[in-house]
Design a binder for this molecule. Sequence first.
Ligand code: SAM
Length: 306
Amino acid sequence: MLSYRHGFHAGNHADVLKHVVTMQLLSYLGQKETPYTYIDTHAGAGLYALDGAYASKNAEFETGISRLWERKDLPAPLAEYVNLIKALNPSGKMRYYPGSPYCAEKIMREEDRLRLFELHPSEGKILRENFRKLEAHAAAQGHRPAARGKRVMIHQGDGFVGLKALLPPPSRRGLILIDPPYEDKMDYRRVKDTLADALVRFSTGTYAVWYPLLQRMESRQFADKLKQLPAGGGWLNVTLSISGPAPDGFGLHSSGMFILNPPWTLEPMLRELMPYLVSALGRDADAGFTLESGTEPVLNTGTRRV
Ligand code: SAM
């Protein structure tokens, strides 16, 4: 299904959760000298103009990044994320919002590798153009263009399929972000099947899946299905709701990040961060978060709620 455009949703509460968690996962990988690979199976356009036709239509960024922009009391992980966006908007006015590939590129080192998949031809073209500009900027700053050429690879194609050929990554260290649109309910099934296959190829990788919390059955059961996957390093599931569901049932109010083989630092970090996010982004008394983790696959019991 190719009708989805992430520009309509750029910078909303779900992007905030996804991008903060992704940045923390990459920062953790960057603590060891050995290079790592970041694979984004559903990359989007990489960068979004908030005053453009898509983003300004429903101004979803007002449910997310706008609420953090002026805050002076941000906890460290959120400050890191907001500062990255401020650097992209040097005038101080929030005009551009970074997608996951851009957030990653800014955190990763010269020796790390980005592998990006985007199926939509127009989004893929914009992604390429955005990265071409980034590379030109980096070259102007004195970075080695040859090294950077191998550093980023953009594939126009199906990320569920393309991922297989990239696993395991050369250094056997990596983060895979899976962030499909879920407009087609088959996406839920494809995520789970892709993860099951990926864990066979690269059992120690860290896998992060963004998902919407909607009324449809596939969405409500999704996290429980992912908990069944055989990840030796366990799993973590964090969700953020900015309000209860709207009476008309429309709109996205809650979403989650499900991580397989999470670093041990993630859970304590989120335990501190999530109450702040709820108070900053919450819109009514139904706003809240859940955070749960497990060290083994779950069939029916054994989760630990924190
Ligand atoms: N990860 C991006 C970010 O956080 O900035 C947003 C990605 S958006 C939610 C999902 C993207 O996946 C869309 O741009 C869509 O065109 C693309 N897409 C849909 N199906 C795909 C597939 N099978 N393989 C790769 N990309 C796909």
